[in-house]
Design a protein around this ligand. Structure first.
Ligand SMILES: C[S@@+](CC[C@H](N)C(=O)[O-])C[C@H]1O[C@@H](n2cnc3c(N)ncnc32)[C@H](O)[C@@H]1O
Length: 171
């Protein structure tokens, strides 16, 4: 593999994002199309994953990957889901990495979210926020519903990542 320089993430923080659990929030304005993280992955071969991993907490975090399932080591495992994500990602199979980039300018205090795709395994808090909004309710922490960017293809394997449905908003 090639040598890849990683990132100083001192402007990002992990914090409580209510019903979503922990999430990643920025403390500075981040321009659109900025690479914000490069997460090395830990690969679980398909057979090992189907025998063990899928029955564990890992199944909430792993991405489909060539030859098995991958756990992103670093921020890649901490991004929550939004159907209007402000962060996209691109896998780098050769180097065993996932690169995450902003899809639009992100403001101070906003949560950074990716899209897990259409097949969620949990109730999306954004859905209940949308219902509250349409009935006159307010937004809650972590709302990123004003994104102007496109929607995603499937992601988690819950983070689904297959050979032919790679999701890449970085171009
Ligand atoms: C990859 S983890 C993200 C980090 C996680 N919040 C944590 O604290 O470890 C995926 C899990 O986060 C939660 N989650 C992510 N996005 C969510 C959303 N939009 N609504 C509700 N729960 C969400 C779900 O419990 C999901 O299984």
């Amino acid at each position: 593999m090639e040598t890849v320089r990683l990132f100083n993430q001192s402007t990002l923080q992990i914090q409580d994002c209510g019903a979503k659990g922990r999430g990643v929030v920025t403390t500075v304005v981040i321009p659109a199309r900025t690479v914000i993280d490069i997460s090395p992955i830990l690969l679980f071969p398909s057979e090992e994953y189907s025998t063990h991993g899928q029955y564990t907490q890992l199944d909430h975090y792993t991405y489909r990957w060539k030859g098995g399932m991958a756990l992103a080591l670093g921020l890649g495992s901490m991004f929550n889901h939004s159907s209007t994500p402000n962060v996209g990602f691109q896998r780098d199979i050769d180097n065993g990495l996932i690169r995450y980039s902003t899809l639009r300018e992100i403001q101070v205090g906003e949560e950074l979210c990716i899209s897990y795709g259409p097949n969620l395994w949990f109730p999306d808090v954004e859905d209940s926020q949308d219902k509250n909004n349409s009935s006159g309710g307010g937004t809650t922490e972590g709302d990123v519903s004003d994104s102007e960017d496109e929607t995603a293809e499937s992601f988690f394997s819950r983070i689904q990542f297959s050979d032919d449905d790679d999701y890449d908003h970085s171009n």
